[in-house]
Design a protein around this ligand. Structure first.
Ligand code: HEC
Length: 158
């Protein structure tokens, strides 16, 4: 009897933990929380690349010479612009020797900045030190060239 109860407790804990992960709240507009999320809670290297932008590709200034873009499930399942709230796009920026130089990200946070697609912008060093974060005019101004594609340059919504 005791053994059965033990099994029930273990199974319930596993289920609760699983449900907890599924519904774990996405980080809000907070660069430290976003770093914890993409480096520990849901490591972005385990996400996918956009189907139309796979693997390491050549990049342009001001980003790295080479890059790779990772996108979470909310982004991947967004069929047309705007991307769904909770979308996270994380880009590894490498120099020409493929050394990681910076990590840039866009996170779609409801109500954060409706004037510019509700994107939270952030640039980290390879170890997670915040370089720029929030609504930097630089990031927004340049990406606004593709406002109709929800400020996203490396993926075409159909
Ligand atoms: C002068 C223009 C310019 C500025 C400023 C700029 N970007 Fe970009 N960004 C690009 C281009 C061009 C790409 C396409 C990839 C490449 O060429 O490296 C890109 C791609 C990205 C991507 C991949 C998602 C996508 O759009 O496809 C992210 C994430 C990103 N930039 C974040 C940022 C952040 C954060 C900042 C500010 C700290 C910033 N960018 C500033 C031009 C810019």
């Amino acid at each position: 009897m005791k053994k059965k109860l033990g099994i029930v407790v273990v199974v319930s804990m596993v289920l609760l933990f699983g449900v907890g992960i599924c519904f774990a709240e996405m980080p809000s507009a907070d660069p430290a929380a976003i770093w914890t999320y993409i480096s520990k809670t849901s490591p972005y290297h385990q996400w996918q690349n956009w189907p139309d932008h796979q693997g390491i590709q050549k990049g342009h200034s001001p980003h790295g010479m080479l890059h790779q873009v990772f996108v979470n499930q909310a982004g991947l399942s967004s069929a047309k612009p705007p991307a769904a709230y909770g979308t996270m796009i994380v880009k590894d920026n490498f120099n020409k020797k493929k050394e990681l130089k910076a990590i840039t990200a866009m996170v779609k946070v409801k109500g954060y900045n409706p004037a510019a697609g509700d994107w939270f912008w952030v640039k980290y060093s390879p170890t997670g030190k915040v370089d720029k974060a929030g609504k930097p005019q630089g990031c927004i101004g340049c990406h606004a060239a593709r406002e109709r594609n929800d400020f996203i340059l490396l993926h075409e919504f159909k």
